[in-house]
Structures are given as structure tokens and as C-alpha cells.
Design a protein around this ligand. Structure first.
Ligand code: DAH
Length: 342
């Protein structure tokens, strides 16, 4: 019995070494560990017969068994280390990560077409000596209508046309109230442009409830319609090219007298007549005129001493003509396929 047990224990380590050759994963290794060291494992099995040995034989087999157990633990630990390392290596190799490849950089955005056109409009007027001034989107009824000589029964004052915030405040329907604010705060000479958002209850292919305008005005002694014409001519040629043809048509605005509208030759058909210019060959692009004496009086300027011109233009309309876009809503849908073209 003693000899047999000694032989059994001595066979364990070679058997383990042999078995480990086939082990390729840490989970297979765990099974081997259970097989050799577990409660029903090889070593426990041998030691079950320890009781049948003599008092002299017992410690001998016991010592050999303990030494063998320590050895098994060592061998298994070494194997585990080895497997973990090679598992990590194959995982890294599989990941196929080449850190020497150039990365794919973040996509770079650009300014919205409306912002680009606004920047261009500002740059042209700044080059002519105009100052850029901004006013608030939420405006008083007084600045938006009353001070601009727009009578109480004017249709623009109806709830259907204007977004009211409360009884006296509203979302400005045009940038003209910046004329009032600026003239109240400064004395002539003034050469100002006021770009910004405006709001109207209106939405279709050519109207958006929010859009952008640029207001312009110049006030000094002896400013004339000729100055207005010269400034707008320079602007249109810069914006639409040196051959841009223009015409002034008489018009009406409550805050200017006389009033005019500036047309440019249709950029789509070059004056031949098309759908965009409604076969007229001309495009309405700017409302303008000489600032009304009532407006001057409302801001405390003496209309006998000062004169001035004012104009207002829609930024989306200019962008649509410049880039040949037929639907204003495209600007505000944030479809990158559209925006990327600018
Ligand atoms: N405020 C006008 C509008 O929104 C545009 C306009 C017309 C502005 C004539 C002016 C002007 O300064 O003189 O329809």
C-alpha cells in the first residue's frame, strides 16, 4: 500500500505537465486546476487511503503529498501567467490597431449662408464708413410703429401680422426701430447700418416667420436722394457684380418722404423675363427714402436743420438671388446636404 501510494503521488506531476501542454486558454486551465487540486481531485483521492498506512509511513507520504501540492500550485500559476500574456497578445493583434496611421480629423463646419451674406453686407457698408449698430429683437410698440409714423390703424399692427409679447411689447417686424434708438442716443452726423432678426406671422415658400434685415440710414445737414442713390449703387455693384443695372421706382413708406423702391435687373434671366421676376425683368430688393420730418421730430431732431436717407433690405432675399435658391425655408431646416454647398 505504501509503495503504491508513493508511486501514485510521484506520477501526478509528470501527468500534470503532460496535460498542460494541450491547455491553451485560462478557462481550460481552471478545469485542470479543479482536476488536480479540487475536493474530488487527483491528490485528495490518493490521500484518502492515508489512514490505512502505519504511523511511520503516514508522515512520509504526507510530506511528499504536501511538496507535490506546492509544486502543482506553482506550475499552475506559471501557466496562468503565460496564458494571460498570450491571450492579451492575440487580443491586441486581432484589434488591428495601427497607431502610426494618421487619424480621421474632426469634420470642420463653416458659417451659415445667411451669416456669410450678412458678413459681406456689413463689410461693404463698413468700407463706406458706416457704423454697425444692433437693437433688441423684443421691441416696444412705440419704437417699432408709433415713432416711425406708422398709424394705429395700419394693417401691420394687427395681431395677424405681428407677434405681440404683451400689450406694449412685440417681436420687431423690421429693423427700422434701430433708427429711433440710435437717433435718440446720438447726434448727427450719422452713417449706420443695423443688421438683425425680424419676425412676422407669415410662412410660405418666400416668407419665414423669422428672417433677417439690414437697415441703413445717414443723417447730416444736406443729405439728399443723390447720396442714397450713390450708396446703394456702390452696394449693389459690390454684391451682385459691376454690371448690375438698377432703377428707382416711387413707392410709399410711412417713415420716409419721398419713398422709393430700388430694383435690380433680374439676376436669373438678365432682364429677359422669368418666373422669379414675374416676367418684369426687374427684382424689388430695397425699400428706401428720405427720413420723414415726423420721425425726426419724434427723436428730437430739427427737420429744418437735418435731413437723411434710410433703407431696408431682406438678407434672405439677397442670399436667394445671389445663390439662386428658390425656397426660403431651406435656410432654416438645417439640412447639411444644403448647407455644405456654401
Ligand atoms: N422697414 C421696411 C420693411 O420692413 C423696409 C424699409 C423701407 C426700411 C424703407 C427703410 C425704408 O428704412 O426707408 O418693409
Amino acid at each position: 500500500m505504501f509503495q503504491k501510494m508513493i508511486q501514485q503521488v510521484e506520477k501526478i506531476l509528470p501527468a500534470l505537465e503532460q496535460e498542460l501542454k494541450a491547455v491553451k486558454t485560462t478557462s481550460a486551465l481552471e478545469q485542470v486546476r479543479v482536476k488536480y487540486l479540487g475536493k474530488k481531485g487527483v491528490l485528495t483521492n490518493v490521500l484518502r487511503n492515508l489512514g490505512k498506512l502505519t504511523a511511520k509511513e503516514k508522515p512520509l507520504v504526507g510530506r511528499l503529498a504536501n511538496e507535490t501540492k506546492t509544486k502543482i500550485v506553482e506550475i499552475l500559476q506559471a501557466k496562468e501567467q503565460e496564458l494571460k500574456l498570450s491571450e492579451a497578445r492575440t487580443r491586441i493583434e486581432k484589434e488591428d490597431l495601427d497607431i502610426s496611421l494618421p487619424g480621421c480629423g474632426p469634420e470642420i463646419g463653416h458659417r451659415h449662408p445667411i451669416s456669410q451674406v450678412l458678413e459681406q453686407i456689413k463689410a461693404i457698408f463698413v468700407s463706406m464708413g458706416f457704423d454697425v449698430v444692433e437693437g433688441p429683437d423684443i421691441e416696444s410698440d412705440y419704437n417699432n410703429f408709433e415713432a416711425l409714423n406708422i398709424p394705429p390703424d395700419h394693417p401691420a399692427r394687427e395681431m395677424q401680422d405681428t407677434f405681440y409679447v404683451n400689450g406694449t411689447m412685440l417681436l420687431r417686424t423690421h429693423t427700422s426701430p434701430v433708427q429711433i434708438r440710435t437717433m435718440q442716443a446720438r447726434k448727427p452726423p450719422l452713417a449706420i447700418i443695423a443688421p438683425g432678426k425680424v419676425y412676422r406671422r407669415d410662412a410660405d415658400i418666400s416668407h419665414s416667420p423669422m428672417f433677417h434685415q439690414v437697415e441703413g440710414f445717414m443723417v447730416d445737414k444736406q443729405i439728399s436722394l443723390g447720396d442714397l442713390k450713390g450708396v446703394l449703387e456702390v452696394f449693389m455693384r459690390e454684391m451682385f457684380g459691376p454690371d448690375t443695372a438698377m432703377r428707382f421706382r416711387p413707392s410709399f413708406f410711412p417713415f420716409t418722404e419721398p419713398s422709393a423702391e430700388l430694383d435690380i435687373r433680374c439676376v436669373m434671366c438678365m432682364g429677359e423675363g422669368c418666373r422669379v421676376c414675374k416676367q418684369s425683368g426687374w427684382l424689388e430688393i430695397v425699400g428706401a427714402g428720405m427720413i420723414h420730418p415726423v420721425v425726426f421730430r419724434n427723436v428730437g431732431y430739427n427737420p429744418d436743420e437735418y435731413s437723411g436717407f434710410a433703407f431696408g433690405m431682406g438678407v434672405e432675399r439677397i442670399a436667394m438671388l445671389k445663390y439662386r435658391i428658390n425656397d426660403i425655408r431651406l435656410f432654416f431646416e438645417n439640412d447639411l446636404r444644403f448647407l455644405r454647398q456654401f
